[in-house]
Every structure is written in C-alpha cells, then in structure tokens.
Design a protein around this ligand. Sequence first.
Ligand code: CA
Ligand code: CA
Ligand code: CA
Ligand code: CA
Length: 255
Amino acid sequence: MDRNTSIGLAAVLLVLVFLFLEKTDETSAKTDSQSAEKQQFSSNYGSPLIDGKSEDPDWQGAEWLPLDQTWIGLPPNPADFAGRYKILWDENNLYVLAEITDDTLVDTHPEGLLKYWDDDCLEIFVDEDASGGNHQYSYNAFAYHIALDAKVVDIRPDSTFAYFNEHCTMRRSTTGKTTTWEVAVKIYDGNKYEYGGENIPKSLKSGKKMGFSLAYCDNDHSPERENFMGSVRVDGEDKNRSWIDAGIFGLLTLQ
Ligand SMILES: [Ca+2]
Ligand SMILES: [Ca+2]
Ligand SMILES: [Ca+2]
Ligand SMILES: [Ca+2]
C-alpha cells in the first residue's frame, strides 16, 4: 500500500467515524427530548395492606396527586366525579390508592370481557422500561382495567380481550359516594411476557423509572361511559390515546 492510498483510507475512516458520532448524537438527543416531555412523578417506599382502607401509616406519608384531566366527555362537576390518588412501591409491587367520588357505581356488563371500559373502572397504565411507543396489541406496556368486582382486563397481541387478574390485587371500600380503591400491581417485563406462560414479576429497586398513568372510566347508566378522567395532561384533540400510546404516560421514579 503506497502513502497516498494510506492517507486516502485514513480520510475515509475519519469521515465514517464522524458520520457515526453524528448519528449517535441525533439518537440520544431524540430520546432526551421525548423523556423531557413526559410529566414527572415520584413514589415513596412503603408496603400497605391491601384491604381497601387507607389507614396504613405508609399511605399517611405519601402525597395526594390529582386525577383531574378530562380525556373523554366534558369536565364533570365534583358530585359526578372527583378523584385523587397516591403511589407507593416496595420490592414486590407498585401500590395505588385511589379515592374516587362518583355519584353512581354501575356494572352494566357483568360479563367481564364485554365492553368493560363502559362500566365504572379504575385503569392503571404501566410501561415497565419507560420505552414509550405503541402498546395496543403488544406487552410493550399494560393497560389494566380493574372492574368493581376486581377483575383485570387488557388486550392481548392477537387483539382479543383477556383477564390479567394475577397482575393486580384490588380491594375497595365505599362510604357514601366515595370509594377507596387499593391496588397492588405486579410489574412484568413486557418484552419477555407470554400469556399463560411462567412469567416472573420484576423485583423493584430505588431509582427505577417506569411509564405510569392512572385513569377512571365514569359511567352513570349511559349506553357508553360518560367521562374518562386521567392523571396526565394529553395534548391534541384526541385525548383517549393512552390505551394505544405509552409515550404519553407519566414518568414515575421510585424513590
Ligand atoms: Ca390498606
Ligand atoms: Ca359519576
Ligand atoms: Ca415498554
Ligand atoms: Ca359512575
């Protein structure tokens, strides 16, 4: 190889390195701007007893967060719907305590897999690796619809509705028009999840980040749900997108 060929090869190599670095920069900048847009939440460590009651000392130390974003319908008056929630975590579960004021509790479709979103239900969105992206027919993220009878439903990759009862344990108690929903959520690696397979929930650690949102479907005897209220702001005309797009979930940090 003569001197000119060597210089030529070195120049080509240098250009390739530059192109690679530029590409890497673009990719990381894109990831940064996406995560910067996510609404940030944090959760304390604690292990409440799942009994539908909020008296646990660990809940007392957690702050209330608003469940006040209208995703479907007009903003409801406080007698029709008002909601707030708390989050805790320990090694085994994420815990959600939701205090929901709802004038009428309805379960119009007692068959759990039939139009479950048109009955009153709590909905917990979890994206274990905070990847964002489409999760409509995949386990990239889960959208757990928890019915009044504690059955848990989401959509499988073959687009059928299915029970995920072992993922969420829920107990609730109702006083007057206010219902306390207390839920333990097991966190699964959606990239490896197999329906009916031997799936081992993840062990959680301080500092972990997950995509997380909460919502409530409120129906009071209408053919379809009247309101869908969520925990995060959703930009744009169509705000009912969390069941498809994990990119609009909040970003939760376990403290
Ligand atoms: Ca409790
Ligand atoms: Ca209502
Ligand atoms: Ca994911
Ligand atoms: Ca209702």
